[in-house]
Design a protein around this ligand. Structure first.
Ligand code: HEM
Length: 523
């Protein structure tokens, strides 16, 4: 059937199409260079149908093999460039960090729910610099030293819980991480799993994960949907209203309590208390910065550290020889009559190497977080327009067999130092067998993780004390590394079924107040 149009409509249509072609022609002419190579997409929607929604880093890695270390894809008008080599990442994210450090704004999670003000999502500029200045001061190694005694104390509580109910080890790790972080951020003591602050924070984290899951909210992809009014019953607006209540409660509740405590002179020392005390009459903008910075410590620190701890348990259950070597180092350096602490850390190179291997083997953020370009760039002859989302595939580098031989294997010894210098590495890294993975695992330049040292402290103390007292075995001996599933933007290994058993009644007797009877029944 041939469509018959009235002559006036046909003329308008023709005119419209000619104008569109002219615009496209002008835009193409203005573009001084081609986009980087990448899979070809469909007109208007681009590569939307090819974009992966899980284990994105694997698809991006295979694209890099096909098209090279800078790959271009698009989703409607959004340009995405995936960087898969150290040269490309450093050239853009590091050397051009002044124009590559913005974040893309997600309409649902950022604008509607309000997460756009939390540090990891906030736009690059004066406000972001202020957030980072405050965090840097509080999370520098020298400031973190003050928390070591508290962290050792919290791990005793964790060991007691572990001894009592070892099957609930996943909850115990979550509780440990939350209780250390809330102590630092708000001097708040987390009680049990029904603790209101912890419940609120876990709920916020879950909602954040749901709200930022690629493609979960189509209003991020189809801007037209933003104009649909809520009374139509459209789901995303209702979800946004609910999630916003959580994000605002997390931002305000604890902060307001500390303000009252500071006024009454009853506030205990904490990151938030210092912010309030230092500037008793902040402007609304300053107060908003303080609130979101204190929320960021939990918001950005808990889920990430938890993911690394989960990888530790998975690795120990899959690689018993690594666990025994780490335990043997502990027994040699610390001995069986006391628990290891922070003062032992310089003398435990194998444990230190194991922490690095955890961060390499299952990077917590395989694609770090998306950076956004704020200015047009011509790079290697390719055109990257302002607004392009830049994704650094850290996973690809941490699993490059040229840099880390047998990359899927969990091998802490790759980070021990050798007697001779490795000619492929810099003078600083020269005697390491493989380069330090932390330079890829914690992100880049002006957006690099400010919580790295805190994360490493928590991982260290939790790991040495777990290993000193417990043996971690596989729940199901048939499971292999291929059975580990990684889910989410913050890549959580789905915990394999581990079995925790005390190494001996002597080991359990090192935990003050622990029930030896509980231990004896499971030894
Ligand atoms: C093993 C644990 C952790 C890992 C692997 C990790 C990794 C990362 C990565 C990859 C980024 C993005 C960097 C980029 O976009 O280039 C990031 C950002 C961030 N991390 Fe961490 N992180 C961890 C723990 C923590 C902790 C404990 C804190 C506590 C404060 C924290 C606070 C932040 C903040 C505030 C940002 C946003 C920085 C910004 O956008 O300027 N992280 N982290």
């Amino acid at each position: 059937m041939i469509l018959q149009l009235p002559p006036t409509m046909a003329t308008s249509l023709l005119l419209g199409l000619s104008l569109l072609s002219l615009c496209l022609f002008i835009v193409r002419r203005q573009r001084k260079a081609p986009f980087p190579p990448g899979p070809s997409g469909i007109p208007i929607i681009g590569n939307v149908l090819q974009l992966p929604v899980e284990k994105e880093w694997l698809t991006y890695h295979s694209w890099a093999k096909q098209y090279g270390d800078i790959v271009h894809v698009s989703a409607f008008r959004l340009h995405i460039v995936i960087l898969s080599s150290e040269t490309a990442i450093l050239d853009l994210l590091d050397r051009r960090s002044a124009i590559c450090s913005d974040r893309p704004l997600l309409y649902f999670a950022g604008e509607l729910v309000g997460w756009k003000d939390i540090v990891p999502m906030c736009a690059y500029g004066a406000r972001h610099r202020e957030h980072r200045k405050l965090l840097k001061e509080a999370l520098a190694p020298i400031a973190l030293g003050e928390h070591h005694a508290m962290e050792e104390e919290k791990t005793l509580e964790y060991l007691r819980r572990m001894n009592q109910t070892p099957k609930e080890y996943a909850e115990h790790i979550e509780h440990l991480v939350a209780s250390i972080i809330f102590e630092i951020s708000h001097a708040y003591t987390v009680t049990d799993r029904d603790d209101p602050m912890m419940k609120l924070a876990v709920q916020a984290n879950n909602e954040f994960a749901r709200g930022t899951f690629p493609g979960a909210y189509l209003c991020d992809v189809f801007p037209i949907m933003r104009y649909i009014p809520e009374w139509t019953g459209i789901r995303f607006k209702q979800d946004a209203r609910e999630f916003r209540k959580t994000s605002e409660a997390l931002r305000d509740d604890a902060y307001e309590k500390i303000k009252v405590q500071v006024r009454n002179g009853t506030a205990k020392p904490s990151f938030t208390q210092r912010l309030v005390e230092r500037n008793p009459k902040p402007t609304p903008e300053e107060e908003s910065i303080y609130k979101w910075t204190s929320v960021a410590v939990y918001g950005a620190g808990a889920d990430t550290t938890l993911s690394a701890m989960a990888s530790f348990f998975v690795a120990m259950s899959l690689y018993p020889q690594v666990q025994e070597r780490a335990h043997a180092e502990l027994m040699k350096v610390v001995g069986p009559t006391r628990l290891p602490g922070f003062s032992d850390r310089p003398y435990l190179p194998y444990i230190e190497a194991m922490i690095q291997e955890i961060l390499r083997w299952n990077p917590v953020a395989p694609l770090v977080l998306p950076h956004k370009l704020i200015q047009d760039v011509i790079y290697r002859g390719y055109y990257l327009p302002a607004g392009t989302t830049l994704l650094a595939n850290s996973w690809a580098m941490l699993h490059d067999p040229e840099i880390y031989p047998s990359p899927l294997e969990f091998k802490p010894e790759r980070f021990l130092r050798s007697a001779t210098r490795n000619p492929k590495l810099s003078a600083e890294q020269g005697t390491m067998l493989n380069p330090d993975p932390r330079r890829y695992a914690f992100g880049y330049a002006r957006r690099a993780c400010p919580g790295q040292y805190l994360a490493e402290d928590v991982l260290y103390i939790a790991i040495v004390r777990t290993l000193a007292v417990f043996h971690i075995g596989p729940g199901d001996k048939t499971k292999t590394v291929d059975d580990v599933e990684f889910v989410g933007l913050i890549s959580h290994p789905k915990l394999l079924d581990c079995v925790l058993s005390p190494r001996s009644t002597e080991a359990v007797s090192l935990i003050p107040g622990a029930s030896i009877a509980a231990a004896a029944s499971s030894v």
